[in-house]
Design a protein around this ligand. Structure first.
Ligand code: PMP
Length: 398
């Protein structure tokens, strides 16, 4: 049996039509398949590979840590230098109030931990979140997901969860002294890249402070330089009580985190003790890899190139069939007429050596979230392929 047959027969499938390309290797801004094709990666494993695939510094850190120790004990008992060192590095690039890191295995698990922490700290149970938001696929995260189609089949979900329109005054008005937390993506990704108003975020911050509600920013997708600043909230000068990280946090390895003040995090140590448990969260190899990745991002000053690269995409994506291009930094949505057209264009792009995707809640948009290391020449090449494929699909559609 081929690997593709095994994949289809023995691996759980989540899509009726998976891309199904068999990867042989990945390096820098490219993926390679077993048939000898090379693909320029426009999505970076969905905002994970911000410094490109298999950066040598990350690979070395993994090898070095593998030579020391792998898993030794569940999270939070033994001192493991990769966790301690990475927590220090992360918090040194965050405001003082975000000085305590809980490492998890994934973004979803960071969401779960944050929701639990908010309930535990406030003694309240109600949660406010946004339409078209994505915070993960586990039960708590699913409850705050902003789309009825994906939620409905899995009810009953968490009670006391209220969804409101992102960036709307109604969301702020709904926050009251029964609200444990408000959870939002600082910049909504799966909604097709929605950027909030600075004034709205500030008012939301003020309302949360006034009502004793914890404000959670999910930067699992928009953190780590993706939007042109290290953290998305730097665009707005608004600091959350809890910050969620994931994806690029692990430098290509599985790692998530929820970050809050030491004072808030203390709530997980008593009544009950072990208020959040994970066996593998903060795996030493993942922390070593993530820290090496973040150091590359910082020392190579990659974030500083992101805004300009995003503008290159926006200026070169000109075609009568493109209805809109929305974006911030290298998180960009290219809106076409329909989901069907997006799917056709993505197929054509793949044949032309360009790998891209769509957005969960905006399937009429093509996703552009490449490694932040993409070059100006590669951007020009990608835009050329995209517009050619859009043109081609226009012809075959009419
Ligand atoms: N929050 C956001 C904004 C995300 O984009 C994602 C993943 N797409 C998650 C949470 C969940 O992360 P994970 O898939 O690692 O559980």
């Amino acid at each position: 049996m081929t690997n593709r047959q095994l994949f289809l027969q023995h691996q759980a499938q989540t899509s009726p039509a998976p891309v199904g390309v068999e990867i042989s290797s990945a390096s820098g801004n490219y993926l390679y398949d077993t048939d000898g094709h090379k693909y320029l990666d426009l999505i970076g494993g969905i905002s994970v590979c911000n410094i490109g695939h298999r950066h040598p510094a990350v690979v070395n850190a993994i090898k070095q840590q593998a030579d020391q120790y792998l898993h030794v004990m569940v999270y939070g008992e033994l001192v493991q230098s990769p966790q301690a060192q990475y927590a220090r590095l992360l918090t040194s690039y965050l405001p003082d109030s975000l000085n305590c890191v809980y490492f998890t295995n994934s973004g979803s698990e960071a969401t779960e931990g944050a929701l639990k922490l908010a309930r535990r700290v406030t003694g309240r149970s109600e949660i406010i979140c946004c339409n078209n938001s994505y915070h993960g696929s586990t039960m708590g995260a699913l409850s705050v997901m902003g789309d009825e189609y994906w939620r409905n089949a899995f009810r009953p979900l968490l009670p006391g969860v209220w969804h409101h329109r992102y960036n709307s005054p109604g969301l702020i008005e709904a926050v009251n002294t029964n609200t444990a937390c408000v959870i939002i993506e600082t910049i909504q990704a799966e909604a097709g890249v929605l950027v909030p108003d600075a004034a709205w975020l500030q008012q939301l911050r003020d309302r949360c402070t006034a009502t004793g509600t914890l404000l959670i920013f999910d930067e699992i997708q928009c953190g780590f330089g993706r939007t042109g600043t290290l953290w998305g909230f730097e665009h707005y000068n608004v600091v959350p009580d809890i910050l969620l990280l994931g994806k690029a946090l692990g430098g290509g390895m599985p790692l998530g985190a929820f970050i809050a003040s030491h004072g808030l995090m203390q709530a997980l140590t008593a009544n009950p003790v072990l208020g959040h448990i994970t066996t593998f969260g903060g795996h030493p190899v993942c922390c070593a890899a993530g820290m090496a990745g973040m150091q590359v991002l910082l020392t190579e000053k990659i974030t500083e190139t992101v805004t300009e690269k995003g503008l290159l995409f926006i200026s070169q994506l000109q075609h009568s069939r493109i209805k809109a291009v929305r974006g911030i930094g290298l998180l960009i949505a290219v809106e076409l007429d329909s989901q069907a057209q997006v799917m056709a264009v993505l197929q054509e792009c793949l044949k032309a050596g360009l790998f891209s995707d769509w957005f969960l809640f905006a399937p009429e948009c093509i996703r552009i979230a490449p490694p932040l290391t993409i070059t100006a020449e590669e951007i020009a090449h990608a835009c050329n392929i995209l517009t050619t494929c859009i043109e081609k699909c226009e012809v075959s559609n009419t």
